[in-house]
Design a protein around this ligand. Structure first.
Ligand SMILES: NC(=O)c1ccc[n+]([C@@H]2O[C@H](COP(=O)([O-])OP(=O)(O)OC[C@H]3O[C@@H](n4cnc5c(N)ncnc54)[C@H](O)[C@@H]3O)[C@@H](O)[C@H]2O)c1
Length: 310
C-alpha cells in the first residue's frame, strides 16, 4: 500500500502517518507547514516528505493507492488568521487532491468536519442533517470550504466514479495539538498548567464532546476497509458543558487558576454532539478513550514539550 496524506505534519495527519508506518505501508506526507511542524513526523525509510501547497500544485511520482486529504488549518484562531488559505485548501486543494486520485486510479478520503452542521438546530447531529450555517460569519470560511469539499468529493464520485470516503470529525484532541492553537482543550490545559486564568466564552453552558485522537485514527482505518461513500460522523458522544470541562482540566492539572468569563465569539455553536449510530453500524466502531485518560496523555505531551506547571 502506498498512501498520500495531505496535512501530514499536522496534529491528526501525523498520527495517521505513524499508524500507517506501523503497518509497514509506504507514506507520502504532503504539507506546506502553515500550521503543521516537520518535527511531528518521524524519520522512516517508508516515509517521504514533500513540502507542497496542495491548492497550488501536487506532484507525486509513482503508484498511489489512497489519497487522504487532511490539509486545512482547523482551529478557531486560524479562521481569523488564514481565511483565504482555508477557503483555497478546501476548494482548489480538494479539487487538486481529487485530480491526483483520478490520475493515479487511487481511492480518496476526505477529512470533513462537524462544522458542516454549523450552529445545529437538530441534536445530536446525524449525517442526514443538512446543517444551519451562516455563510458570512467569521467561521464561515472553514464551514463553507468543508461543505464545498464534500460537494466536490461526491461530484467526483458520481461523475468520475472515484471511490471515496468522507468523515465528519467532531472535536478531537491529543498529543501534538499545538498549545497555542486556540481550541478549547489546548487553551484550557495551557492556561491551567501555566497558572493563567482559564477563559470560558459565554456563560460556559454551551456543550461540546471530545474524541481522543487514537479513536479517530481507528475509525479512519475501519472506514478505509469498507465500501461506503456517504459521510460518516466520527466523534465521542459524551457531552460536557464548557464550564464542566474547565473544572475537569483544573482538577486533573491540579491547578489553582481561576475561571473567568468572556463574551461568546461570532456564530459559536451552542451545542455539538455526534450521533454515531452510522459508524457503529457500518464500522462496528465506538470511541473508547475516556476524557480523563485522554487528557492525562495530552498533559504529559505538553509537559514533554516544556509547558510547565507553576
Ligand atoms: N482536530 C479536530 O478536532 C478536527 C475536527 C474536525 C475536522 N478536522 C480536520 O482534520 C484535518 C486535520 O486537522 P488538525 O486538527 O490536525 O489541524 P492541523 O492544523 O494540526 O493540521 C493541518 C495540516 O494541514 C497543513 N496544511 C494546511 N493547508 C495546507 C495546504 N494548502 N497545503 C498543504 N498542507 C496544508 C498544515 O500545515 C497542517 O500540518 C483538517 O482537515 C481539519 O479540518 C480536525
Amino acid at each position: 500500500m502506498r498512501i498520500v496524506i495531505t496535512g501530514a505534519a499536522g496534529f491528526v495527519g501525523s498520527h495517521l502517518v505513524d499508524m500507517f508506518l506501523s503497518l509497514g505501508y509506504e507514506v507520502v506526507a504532503i504539507d506546506n507547514l502553515i500550521t503543521g511542524k516537520r518535527s511531528n513526523l518521524t524519520v522512516n525509510k517508508n516515509l517521504t516528505f514533500l513540502e507542497q501547497n496542495v491548492y497550488k500544485y501536487i506532484e507525486v511520482e509513482g503508484k498511489v493507492d489512497w489519497v487522504l486529504h487532511f490539509a486545512s488549518p482547523a482551529s478557531p484562531i486560524d479562521f481569523m488568521k488564514y481565511p483565504i488559505p482555508i477557503l483555497k485548501v478546501g476548494s482548489s486543494g480538494t479539487i487538486n487532491c481529487l485530480g491526483l486520485a483520478k490520475a493515479k486510479g487511487a481511492k480518496f478520503f476526505l477529512a470533513s468536519t462537524s462544522e458542516v452542521y454549523g450552529d445545529p438546530l437538530e441534536h445530536p447531529q446525524k449525517e442526514t442533517y443538512v446543517g444551519n450555517v451562516d455563510p458570512i460569519s467569521e467561521r464561515s470560511v472553514y464551514d463553507e470550504s468543508k461543505r464545498f469539499a464534500e460537494a466536490a468529493t461526491m461530484a467526483y464520485h458520481r461523475f468520475h466514479k472515484i471511490n471515496v470516503r468522507i468523515i465528519r470529525i467532531f472535536n478531537t484532541y491529543g498529543p501534538r495539538m499545538r498549545p497555542e492553537d486556540g481550541r478549547v482543550l489546548s487553551n484550557f490545559i495551557t492556561q491551567a498548567m501555566t497558572g493563567k486564568p482559564i477563559t470560558v466564552y459565554g456563560d460556559g453552558s454551551q456543550t461540546r464532546s471530545f474524541q481522543y485522537v487514537s479513536d479517530l485514527v481507528n475509525g479512519i482505518t475501519k472506514l478505509m476497509d469498507v465500501e461506503y461513500q456517504l459521510p460518516v460522523n466520527l466523534g465521542n458522544p459524551n457531552e460536557f458543558t464548557i464550564l464542566e470541562l474547565a473544572n475537569i482540566v483544573k482538577k486533573i492539572t491540579n491547578s489553582s487558576s481561576e475561571i473567568i468569563f468572556k463574551p461568546l465569539p461570532d456564530a459559536d455553536p451552542k451545542r455539538r454532539r455526534p450521533d454515531i449510530s452510522r459508524a457503529k453500524e457500518i464500522l462496528k466502531w465506538d470511541s473508547k478513550v475516556s476524557l480523563e485518560d485522554g487528557l492525562k496523555k495530552m498533559i504529559d505531551y505538553y509537559k514533554s514539550i516544556g509547558l510547565t506547571k507553576v
